[in-house]
Design a protein around this ligand. Structure first.
Ligand SMILES: Cc1cc2nc3c(=O)[nH]c(=O)nc-3n(C[C@H](O)[C@H](O)[C@H](O)COP(=O)(O)OP(=O)(O)OC[C@H]3O[C@@H](n4cnc5c(N)ncnc54)[C@H](O)[C@@H]3O)c2cc1C
Length: 525
């Protein structure tokens, strides 16, 4: 426990929390404006970014157009995409890929020198730029980290655990972060006239996830606890084909495998997706994930069969997946890969506008922690790294234009406690059981009860951030009495018109939770 600030680090430029692709790209786009990039883990290896396999979507191929990319995005989003945001993202995508190429990203090219483009589920055309088959995230992250390290104006700091936003005069003025562990832990206040959150998603709040364990919704929770508006929190995407070998997190069998023709079979060797959707294995993610979930619930095992479609090409084309399989004694050239759905991507997040501004003055949000309206109820594959690039560039431009110079006075109140807890097992189990692929009022209410009990047992800010994120997802899911995209209510299986996005604050989520407690109280009387 510590009740005082051990040191203060200030910049005249921007403070960026998160060194995934969104945070690093924003810092590079801000240059020559100074920035501090603060992260839990090493830039270049940090966050979900370094694990991304498929690549980035952009309409750069022959016969492709931004309109087609936009149409596919809107179709996947199941009525909840913001069309203006979708248009600007699809239009600006090729320019951001050119930026990455200029930074040195080693995208795969064809023999004629043109970019090699892959096709993924629910894209009408091949439009995914990739690196060495399934190595896009690692290669792009390493490239951006190298450019950021070379830039004098960018200070990269790793090994910090951010726990709270600092507020001064109604404006976000910095971030409190912990460095070190146990009794040696120190509380540091980072201050800047512009604060940018690039903290990624919340998959690790679930027991079964493809995300690194640092993706636990803390940025979302921090912003929500400071009063920020949150959008579409109930929409969590489950990747259909995490490799089911008992690892936490679960390694991913990229969608591109199905793009190449790999098929899903159950334990009896039956292909079940053909009966579920006209596009079979290439149906939208939520449909494939739910079909697999239902097979598993019915007691079947589910496998990805790559033997015919990919066969001997596997080690060369998909080295990351190949390595993960081989480490568990599965040779995908000859063997079936056991798969199960896992929490993968958060469509919801801190509500942001087309310039990355949140509802809190002084706070911008980019990447997976933001909700721009691009993804709607379901993200189209390979649109997420793209979103980080597009809004990283836009936020950087806005910050540069807006930055008010001048000294920051006074000191914000410091958080009282700061350990570095992992999300409790019970929370992760609860989210995976009650707030996952198929939800109902009974399970969602039970989950809110677990989150509430967790909150009453702690005043640790990091845990409260995770609890806030979990509460928003659950309350949003309870409030949405319909099924749409990634959100499926077994007690409300139909879509309801009109299609409306969710916008709520933590106070709104708390009101929903407290109405449940008072319902229970009435029922008990
Ligand atoms: C296995 C896998 C494969 C994927 N494949 C693709 C793909 O092919 N194409 C695609 O478009 N998307 C893909 N995605 C999704 C995509 O990778 C993410 O949406 C994207 O990388 C998010 O980038 P980001 O920069 O917003 O966050 P991240 O890359 O997750 O970075 C978050 C950063 O915030 C820091 N951070 C978070 N909380 C704190 C804290 N409290 N204190 C200090 N630091 C903190 C972390 O240390 C990290 O530096 C994939 C995701 C996974 C997990």
């Amino acid at each position: 426990m510590n009740t005082h600030i051990d040191s203060i680090i200030e910049t005249d430029g921007a403070l960026i929390l998160g060194a995934g692709i969104a945070g690093l790209f924003t810092a590079l786009k801000l240059a020559p404006m100074p920035s501090i990039v603060l992260a839990g883990t090493r830039p270049g290896l940090s966050g979900s970014s370094a694990w991304a396999q498929g690549g980035i979507a952009a309409a750069m191929g022959e016969g492709d157009s931004w309109q087609s990319h936009a149409q596919d995005t809107i179709a996947a989003g199941a009525g909840l995409c913001d069309p203006a945001i979708v248009e600007l993202v699809a239009r600006e995508a090729p320019a951001r890929i050119e930026d990455l190429i200029a930074y040195g990203a080693p995208f795969d090219h064809k023999t004629d020198g043109a970019l090699a483009l892959g096709r993924e589920a629910a894209h009408s055309l091949p439009r995914i730029v990739h690196v060495k088959g399934d190595g896009a995230g690692a290669a792009i992250s390493a490239t951006l980290a190298a450019r950021a390290a070379e830039a004098d104006c960018i200070t990269l700091l790793e090994g910090f655990h951010a726990i709270e936003l600092a507020m001064e005069h109604g404006r976000v003025s910095g971030i409190f972060a912990r460095s070190g562990l146990g009794p040696d832990a120190r509380l540091i206040l980072f201050r800047a006239p512009a604060v940018i959150l690039a903290t990624g998603g919340l998959g690790a709040l679930y027991a079964v996830t493809t995300n690194p364990l640092e993706a636990r919704g803390e940025g979302l929770g921090m912003a929500a606890r400071a009063g920020a508006l949150i959008a579409d929190p109930e929409f969590v995407q489950f990747h259909p084909t995490a490799i089911s070998i008992g690892r936490d997190p679960a390694p991913l069998a990229t969608e591109a495998l199905r793009g190449e023709g790999a098929v899903l079979v159950n334990g009896r060797g039956e292909r079940f997706m053909t009966a579920v959707h006209k596009d079979a294995e290439l149906a939208p993610r939520d449909i494939v994930a739910r079909a697999i979930h239902r097979q598993l619930v019915a007691g079947e095992e589910v496998f990805l069969d790559c033997r015919q479609a990919i066969g001997a090409e596997f080690p060369h084309h998909f080295p990351t997946v190949y390595g993960a399989c081989m480490s568990a004694g599965i040779d995908p050239v000859r063997d079936l890969i056991p798969v199960a759905p896992a929490a993968h991507y958060h469509m919801g997040g801190i509500a942001s506008d087309a310039l990355g501004r949140s509802s809190l003055p002084g706070l911008w949000v980019v990447g997976e922690c933001a909700s721009t309206g691009l993804h709607g109820a379901n993200r189209l594959a390979s649109n997420s790294l793209l979103e980080g690039l597009i809004f990283g560039a836009r936020a950087a431009e806005d910050v540069r234009g807006q930055l008010a110079a001048g000294a920051i006075r006074g000191l914000p109140p410091a958080p009282q406690r700061f350990a570095s807890p992992a999300p409790p097992h019970i929370l992760r189990q609860t989210m995976s059981r009650d707030v996952a692929l198929e939800r109902d009022a009974h399970g969602l209410r039970a989950a809110l009860g677990v989150v509430h009990r967790l909150e009453t047992l702690t005043n640790e800010p990091a845990l409260l951030n995770m609890a806030a994120a979990a509460k928003l997802v659950t309350a949003g899911a309870l409030a949405r009495k319909e099924s749409r995209g990634g959100h499926w209510r077994s007690d409300y299986p139909d879509k309801k018109d009109p299609a409306l996005r969710t916008f709520m604050t933590l106070a709104d989520a708390e009101k929903i939770a407290s109405e449940i407690s008072s319902d229970k109280l009435h029922a008990a009387r």
